[in-house]
Design a protein around this ligand. Sequence first.
Ligand code: ADP
Ligand SMILES: Cc1cn([C@H]2C[C@H](O)[C@@H](COP(=O)(O)O)O2)c(=O)[nH]c1=O
Ligand code: ZN
Length: 203
Amino acid sequence: MFVEPSHKRESQYPGTGWIEVICGSMFSGKTEELIRRLNRAKIARQKIQIFKPALDKRYHEENIVSHNDNSIRSVPVHSAFQIIDLAENCEVIGLDEVQFFDEGIVDACNKLADAGKRVIVAGLDMDFQGKPFGCMPQLMATAEYVTKVHAICMVCGEVASHSYRLSPSNERVLLGETDLYEARCRRCFNLGENAYNLIHSQP
Ligand SMILES: Nc1ncnc2c1ncn2[C@@H]1O[C@H](COP(=O)(O)OP(=O)(O)O)[C@@H](O)[C@H]1O
Ligand SMILES: Cc1cn([C@H]2C[C@H](O)[C@@H](COP(=O)(O)O)O2)c(=O)[nH]c1=O
Ligand SMILES: [Zn+2]
């Protein structure tokens, strides 16, 4: 479990912030982990602000909601630039679904961290094709802390790191939940649509 860096760090190096990345497949618990960290910052009476890309309106217009129905209030934003201004007066910034932000998000997160803020981002590390998703590689490279969380493979019950798309669409962005995606391990992801037959017919 991730434990926040000591407050001593802040007094040793005043004005130094940092970036935390929470990544993994769909259903791996990224949003739950983001909410957990932000709630702890709230308990510590830190000023927090949470953002999500405006395009993600699956569960709620404003709230960030996990597949487990945990939720926290957030501000939908259209571009990375908006975040710098909106986050000016807070100490801790949370971003969900960060893979959907434009490429300016990497600079924005680094500027905020340089300005002494704790920046916690959660996002898909891979798309439905198993390719690195948007800004995620750059964010992971420039973050101080990277946590990869895992789901359970819906086919075989192993640890899952991939998001398997159940529809034939090839668009990179296709919002959905269990209607369109399932978590899979590498083997079942590569087996594709035959995975259930192949895995469950083995002696
Ligand atoms: N295949 C799965 N593996 C693990 N958890 C799953 C799976 N399918 C549904 N869940 C639920 O999803 C929750 C995690 O939701 P969430 O934090 O929103 O994940 P993420 O943001 O990574 O998509 C789990 O606590 C569990 O209740
Ligand atoms: C793999 C993949 C996912 N998406 C969409 C599907 C969901 O709306 C979000 C991910 O949500 P979660 O909180 O991580 O479960 O992203 C997509 O548009 N393209 C993809 O390749
Ligand atoms: Zn599997």
